[in-house]
Unconditional design. Structure first.
Length: 117
């Protein structure tokens, strides 16, 4: 089992920055790929960014030049640095972790990001 806890959300003005964190605990050796997703009110949850255990990254087109995903294996942490935030980035942000053995996907509880003046 793996547990995930997101933090770092909040209210920020357009053009501002936030850094989200995802702390993993439990049997973290089972984790290979980790993702960030987001869900805006009334909309489906959407992919934001991905990082593999080897550090390969991938981004949604809407964020690729503004967001940076990273991972600290020693601390079992994943991060999402978000710059040049826009009102359309407002959403609940979730991290997930893929189990390399069972392919099960673990999810955190989410953290709210609100971009507004």
């Amino acid at each position: 089992q793996v547990q995930l806890v997101e933090s770092g959300g909040g209210l920020v003005q357009p053009g501002g920055s936030l850094r989200l964190s995802c702390a993993a605990s439990g049997d973290t050796r089972r984790i290979n790929v980790m993702d960030w997703y987001r869900q805006a009110p009334g909309k489906q949850r959407k992919f934001v960014a991905r990082i593999t255990s080897g550090g390969i990254t991938d981004y949604a087109d809407s964020v690729h030049d503004r967001f940076t995903i990273s991972r600290d294996h020693n601390k079992n942490m994943m991060f999402l640095q978000m710059n040049s935030l826009k009102p359309e980035d407002t959403a609940v942000y979730y991290c997930n972790a893929n189990d390399r053995i069972t392919s099960h996907v673990y999810w955190g509880q989410g953290t709210q990001v609100t971009v507004s003046s």
